[in-house]
Write a protein that binds this ligand. Structure first.
Ligand SMILES: [Zn+2]
Length: 274
């Protein structure tokens, strides 16, 4: 029965119905893959810490293991925590996104000068929303809190856009020979797993201060972005099993859509609130 073949071989991706067989209470034998002759999932015997290290090292086998051979129930908690981390960076105006917007809008010290002529046309009406908010008025905590919610919704919209564009593009490039349908839930799980790379921005968010130079920040965030892009590319290669070029272009297009969504949602929200 094909429906029962829910597990995947971590080496070649072939579906299997079981990861191991039990012979009595103490004897357990790991299933061997008849396609690649390897053990279907060696990770079921490994310590979660080792799996985690292999995930950080972008090991495809470990990604197969987490996405197909474990329940990965806490993906939604991970998802929310990571959105919070990303929102915190945006709220502090301390992220690659802010650096990009600031340089595109020609902002100086967080304020936008609308006479700046080199601003791209699509950005002209959005720049004001990304100005440094006046937080000198300490007794108005509500404004700071409201700002956090705005950034949260903006980040969340970007992520939804990313997943929808990616899933849509991957459906379009689905080869006729492919029998496996990828569920949207799997995409959300893959996203949560890959988005863990955002945690590498934490050292800068925690220890970075006003004395940290802009160059250091930019280099750090660019490195994290590069790493993150590699992780996303690998995770979605595992999930969709498409060619390198198709996955690479889809992840790039989805990342651009994510950037644009966040860019437009914040001004729209601020318009509603003000
Ligand atoms: Zn195999």
């Amino acid at each position: 029965m094909t429906e029962n073949k829910q597990y995947r071989c971590v080496n070649c991706g072939k579906p299997h119905s079981a990861l191991y067989k039990t012979y009595g209470p103490t004897l357990l034998k790991l299933t061997k893959c008849d396609k690649c002759k390897g053990i279907v999932d060696k990770y079921i015997e490994y310590d979660p810490v080792i799996v985690m290290i292999d995930i950080v090292l972008i090991t495809k086998e470990a990604q197969w293991h987490v996405l197909y051979n474990t329940e990965f129930k806490s993906y939604w908690k991970l998802f929310i925590i990571l959105v919070m981390v990303e929102t915190y960076g945006l709220w502090r105006r301390d992220s690659l996104f802010n650096i990009a917007v600031d340089s595109l809008c020609g902002m100086r010290n967080g304020s936008y000068n609308n006479t700046h002529t080199a601003v791209p046309e699509i950005l002209k009406d959005q720049c004001w929303a990304w100005e440094q908010q006046d937080r000198s008025n300490d007794n108005d905590l509500f404004i700071m809190e409201k700002d956090f919610y705005v950034q949260f919704i903006s980040t969340f919209s970007g992520i939804v856009m990313f997943m929808m564009i990616l899933h849509g593009l991957m459906k379009l490039t689905k080869p006729l020979s492919s029998r496996y349908e990828v569920s949207f839930l799997r995409v959300v799980k893959g996203f949560s797993l890959a988005n863990m790379s955002i945690l590498f921005t934490l050292p800068m968010l925690v220890w970075g201060n006003t004395e940290t130079s802009q160059e250091t920040k930019t280099i750090h965030y660019l490195l994290v972005f590069g790493y993150s892009f590699m992780v996303f590319f690998n995770v979605f290669t595992v999930i969709y099993e498409r060619s390198t070029l198709a996955t690479l272009s889809a992840v790039a297009a989805a990342s651009l859509a994510r950037f644009l969504a966040s860019l437009y949602v914040t001004p729209a929200l601020r318009d509603c609130i003000l």
